[in-house]
Design a protein around this ligand. Structure first.
Ligand code: UD1
Length: 419
């Protein structure tokens, strides 16, 4: 297993960084390419193992996938398979987002249930309920989902009991070529939903209100592939900002749509950091000593993002005072806490609450990445430790951060990958 060796007592991180394309934005776009006729071209796709897993699924389905330095091109003209084998499904848990696209394209889909994962149970009941409302008949025996639409997909009114990001994306994918109109109530407002709608609309879909709680979709007969530049990764941006914060550093992030970072600005400011959101960049400055941020509660967008809570726990670990995190989205998202404790962090957890008493410095240790965001946060913690930290199982980090160690090295971090 690969691991990072990170030198602690890091100098102030400083420099310029272009924020990578968003993993969570790119994955539903790649699945949309199955639905649209012709060749979809996505520029700015990050190079990540999860993206590779999506490409493997597309290739298996019969799409022609070409990747060059600047773009991933997917031609779905010859796609002929609608069943994804278990091995490919397991490579990436969010492969469930192929469900809506396959139903839209073939009127059929066969997948295995993605199952529980590092951060929680991650059921798919909302996805299945929504597909059924659109006319799918789903047999769930033996962990396999066999889905068909005997009478085609038909528009429907769907009220989500929770604004699930993946379920909303699947509804968009399945409904945009369904017969008639669909109304999604309590839709996820995450930017990744708005981005998917932007791409589908550029292909001829009629989706209105994506990014808001109520989305209306007028079914169209056919979609034609188009080009799209993947939006930049708001979650990765926060990780680099937190790395600057714990070292008192100073960072320029090249990034568009910086307003997507608004949900984290206030807690950063409470810690004494400066976050200057400009139209095409973020100027970020850490503080000599961070202050507590008080309390954050993770919530659906535009609330505080669950994907950034581990970064904030690391910052709180070396801040003055006590901070609290309430995790409302996933039930098992504090796995990184016991690793942070090995580094000297003072954190108590009870169910979905973590109470963090800041210490002046962490100590180097050997720790293990429990999941993607927990893993990257441990690397950030290593920067403000007093000696060398070894972070094991970094395959989790490779799922979501493009050239993580190179990006950090460019900002002054001493970090080495060991296979
Ligand atoms: C997406 C993101 C993930 C992020 C999350 C919340 C991708 C690839 N992943 O995950 O990084 O942390 O949004 O912003 O985009 N739920 C159900 N039943 C369902 C679906 C979801 O109970 O059918 C629950 C989940 O278990 C979880 C909550 O709803 O507790 C949120 O899940 P959801 O919004 O669906 O997250 P994902 O789309 O899986």
């Amino acid at each position: 297993m690969a691991r990072f060796i990170v030198e602690g007592s890091c100098n102030k991180l400083s420099g310029k960084l272009t924020v990578q394309g968003s993993k969570n934005g790119a994955l539903p776009l790649l699945s949309a390419s199955v639905l649209v006729a012709g060749e979809s071209v996505f520029t700015g796709c990050p190079k990540l193992t999860d993206i590779r897993a999506a490409e493997n699924i597309l290739t298996y389905l019969g799409c022609r996938v070409n990747e060059n330095a600047s773009a991933i091109c997917v031609d779905s003209t010859d796609a002929y398979r609608y069943a994804i084998p278990d091995g490919l499904m397991r490579e990436m848990r969010s492969s469930i987002v192929f469900l809506g696209a396959l139903l839209g394209r073939f009127g059929r889909a066969e997948l295995t249930a993605p199952g529980g994962c590092e951060i929680g149970l991650r059921p798919i009941d909302l996805h299945l309920e929504a597909m059924r409302a659109l006319g799918a008949v789903i047999d769930e025996t033996g962990g396999r989902l066999v889905c068909s639409c005997p009478n085609g997909l038909k528009g429907a009114r769907i009220s989500l009991s929770f604004p699930s990001v993946g379920a909303t994306e699947n509804i968009l994918l399945a409904a945009c070529t369904a017969n008639g109109d669909t109304l999604v109530i309590n839709a996820a407002r995450e930017p990744e939903v708005a981005e998917l709608a932007e791409y589908l609309n550029s292909c001829g879909a009629k989706i209105f209100g994506a990014g808001e709680s109520v989305i209306r979709i007028e079914g169209v007969k056919r979609l034609n592939a188009s080009c799209h530049t993947v939006w930049q990764d708001r979650i990765a941006a926060v990780t680099y900002m937190s790395a600057a914060a714990v070292t008192g550093g100073d960072l320029w992030l090249d990034m568009k749509r910086t307003e997507l970072l608004l949900p984290v600005v206030e807690p950063f400011e409470k810690m004494g950091c400066t976050v200057d959101l400009r139209p095409d960049a973020v100027r970020f400055k850490g503080a000599d000593r961070l202050d507590k941020f008080g309390m954050v509660r993770t919530l659906p967008f535009p609330g505080f993002p669950t994907d950034s809570q581990a970064d904030f726990a690391v910052m709180a670990s070396v801040a003055r005072g006590t901070s609290t995190i309430v995790e409302n989205i996933f039930e098992n998202r504090f796995k990184y806490v016991c690793e942070l404790r090995r580094m000297g962090a003072q954190i108590r957890t009870e169910n979905r609450i973590a109470i963090i008493e800041g210490v002046s410095r962490l100590s180097g240790a050997e720790v293990t990445s429990p999941d993607l965001r927990g893993g990257s946060a441990l690397v950030v913690a290593a920067l403000c430790s007093d000696s060398v930290t070894v972070v094991d199982d970094i395959y989790h980090i490779d799922r979501g951060y493009e050239n993580f160690e190179k990006q950090l090295e460019n900002l002054g971090v001493k970090i080495k990958r060991e296979e």
